[in-house]
Ligand binder design. Structure first.
Ligand code: ZN
Ligand code: ZN
Length: 236
C-alpha cells in the first residue's frame, strides 16, 4: 500500500503540474490509475478490489477545440484528457512561438487565441518537425518567421487564407521535399509567387466564384464573389 501511495502521489504531482503534456506519455501506460488518484485525493480509502473496479480502459470521444487554439480528445467514460495540443502565443506580439501537448500532424491557426490576434509564426517554430503533414494559416497572420517550417519533411500541403501574402522570412520552407501544394485564395496567385520565390512553382490558386451578372453601361459583367475580380463581360 505504501508503494501504491507513492505512485499515486507522484502521478498526482505530474497531472497537476503539467495537465496537458502529461497526457501524452502517461495515459497510455497508466490507463485507469487516474481514477484512483481522483478518488484518493477526494479522501476515499480504496482496497485492492475497488481499485480494479475503478480501472477505465478509455473510449476516446470526438476532438474538441480548446482554449489554446488546438484540439483535445477526452475519454467518453471517465472524462480524462487523452490527447491534447494547443499553441503557445506571445500575448504582446501575437506570434505563435510553439506547441503545447501532443504534437499534431495537421495544424490550423485560428485568427485569435484567447482574445489575442494571431499575427505571426515565429522563427524556427516548426523547424525539423517530421510529424507535420498539413498547415493552414489564418487570414490574421502577416508574418512567417525565418526557417519556420524548415525541414518539415512530411509536410505536403500549406494553405494561406489571406489575400495579401504574409512576409516570408528566409528559408521558411527550405528542405520541405514533400511539399506539393501551397494553396492561396483566388486572385492572389501572382502576389504569392513573388513572395515565395523559389517555392513559386508550388502555388495553387483557388478558382474564382462567379456571382450573378450585373448590367453596367451596356455590358453584363460578372465578378468573383470572393476576390471581386472581373470574370466576364458581354455586350447586352
Ligand atoms: Zn476513461
Ligand atoms: Zn476570385
Amino acid at each position: 500500500m505504501k508503494k501504491l501511495l507513492c505512485i499515486i502521489i507522484a502521478l498526482s504531482m505530474i497531472f497537476t503540474a503539467f495537465p496537458m503534456t502529461a497526457a501524452a506519455s502517461t495515459v497510455a501506460t497508466a490507463s485507469g490509475i487516474i481514477s484512483i488518484v481522483n478518488s484518493w485525493t477526494s479522501g476515499v480509502e480504496l482496497d485492492r478490489e475497488e481499485i480494479e473496479v475503478l480501472v477505465c480502459n478509455h473510449t476516446p470521444g470526438e476532438a474538441q477545440e480548446n482554449n489554446y487554439g488546438g484540439f483535445s480528445i477526452s475519454c467518453e467514460i471517465c472524462g480524462e484528457v487523452l490527447e491534447s495540443w494547443g499553441f503557445i502565443i506571445n500575448k504582446s506580439t501575437g506570434a505563435i512561438t510553439g506547441i503545447i501537448g501532443n504534437y499534431p500532424t495537421e495544424i490550423v491557426t485560428p485568427d485569435t487565441i484567447s482574445g489575442v490576434s494571431v499575427t505571426a509564426i515565429d522563427q524556427y517554430v516548426f523547424n525539423m518537425n517530421a510529424k507535420l503533414t498539413s498547415v493552414t494559416i489564418s487570414e490574421s497572420v502577416t508574418s512567417i518567421g525565418e526557417g519556420a517550417f524548415q525541414g518539415c519533411t512530411s509536410l505536403t500541403e500549406v494553405t494561406f487564407k489571406a489575400q495579401t501574402p504574409p512576409d516570408f522570412g528566409a528559408n521558411a520552407f527550405r528542405y520541405t521535399f514533400a511539399l506539393t501544394a501551397i494553396n492561396v485564395p483566388c486572385g492572389a496567385g501572382e502576389d504569392y509567387k513573388t513572395a515565395l520565390g523559389s517555392n513559386a512553382d508550388k502555388v495553387v490558386e483557388a478558382t474564382h466564384t462567379p456571382g450573378e451578372p450585373i448590367e453596367e453601361n451596356g455590358f453584363m459583367v460578372t465578378y468573383c464573389t470572393t476576390c471581386g475580380a472581373e470574370l466576364y463581360r458581354e455586350e447586352v
